[in-house]
Design a binder for this molecule. Structure first.
Ligand SMILES: [Zn+2]
Length: 321
């Protein structure tokens, strides 16, 4: 909502340099902490010397599924971590994941020349921070409105009016990836996860071959989430100011509610030969969606469409001739 409109100012406005200033320090995640090795009972805590990923692996894993490096160093102590609040089950099995990769590869010729070059996918859990929050921002700014001069030949000018108000936003299931071993485009491509608002009575355990320990610590994840939320609040405040040119001068952010959770999402990881090199592909363990970085276009479909257009044109030419 807007504050009352005040006297018109013809002076140039101050630069639009609003800085969101959180009033209270962000709450620390009030979650139970467990030893990271407990993520997989009987698992092998390791650190990959290739990509730096730390994980609890099954005893039979010969190499890191994230980078293919075989130098997996035993790390009996992976430290204590915030217990995961939810570990989502796989609904896509290994054979279905393999079929999804081959189907995906067949449509990516010539980027992928040999769909059968895909390795058997490895089941893994990737860590994320999930947030639910309600934020309120009190703002002050200027609304610039174009006014037309009644005198002929005079150009329209901006009339500036100071304005103030409050905007409130609710954030549901905002997700920050807590892995540093894969490109962000792949990590953000997984389907949204439900937010469990009540921690389980005992931390669950995963049964995947590779369960990554988060590399982005809770405070860092929280800062990233706050920054995204505050950007959204700044956009909302500018919309609220309205006019032809909204100028936001300051924004005072308050948390009405803030909750975060450590969530593990299931994926299948494979490598495939693309442009002559082995590259990773992920399959979402809940939807079967294939993710690659960089994403390869469906060139095969484009070629097929072009061939059909040429054939149709030739057919028309023959009929009309
Ligand atoms: Zn690795």
């Amino acid at each position: 909502m807007h504050g009352s409109a005040l006297a018109h100012s013809s002076a140039p406005p101050r630069p639009d340099s609003a800085a969101a200033r959180p009033q209270a320090p962000a709450p620390s995640p009030a979650e139970a902490r467990i030893s990271a090795a407990r993520l997989v009972p009987g698992g092998r805590p390791v650190e990959c010397k290739g990509c730096g990923s730390r994980a609890v692996a099954s005893r039979s894993i010969p190499s890191c599924p994230l980078c293919g490096c075989t130098r997996l160093e035993d790390r009996p102590d992976l430290g204590r971590i915030v217990a995961p609040r939810s570990i989502l089950p796989f609904t896509v099995d290994r054979q279905a994941a393999q079929r999804a990769i081959q189907r995906w590869a067949r449509w990516r010729w010539p980027t992928v020349r040999d769909p059968s070059s895909a390795h058997a996918p490895v089941d893994a859990y990737l860590p994320y921070w999930m947030f639910e929050a309600k934020l309120r921002g009190r703002y002050r700014g200027l609304r610039g409105e174009r006014t037309r001069s009644t005198r002929p030949g005079r150009r329209p000018h901006l009339r500036w009016r100071p304005t103030a108000g409050v905007v409130a936003l609710r954030f549901d299931r905002l997700r920050v990836s807590a892995s540093r071993s894969l490109p962000e485009s792949m990590l953000q491509g997984l389907a949204p996860a439900p937010f469990e608002s009540h921690p389980p009575s005992s931390p669950p355990a995963t049964v995947a071959s590779w369960t990554e320990r988060y590399a982005v610590e809770p405070r860092e994840g929280q800062r990233a989430a706050r920054a995204r939320m505050e950007r959204a609040l700044r956009r909302a405040a500018r919309d609220d100011i309205g006019g032809d040119q909204p100028r936001l001068h300051d924004l005072h952010v308050e948390s009405a509610a803030f909750d975060m959770a450590h969530v593990l999402l299931p994926v299948w990881i494979s490598v495939i030969r693309r442009r002559g090199q082995l590259q990773r592909v992920l399959v979402d363990g809940r939807t079967g969606r294939v993710l690659a970085d960089p994403p390869a276009r469906r060139l095969g479909a484009a070629v097929l469409a072009a061939v059909l257009v040429v054939l149709a044109t030739l057919g028309l030419a023959v009929l009309s001739g």
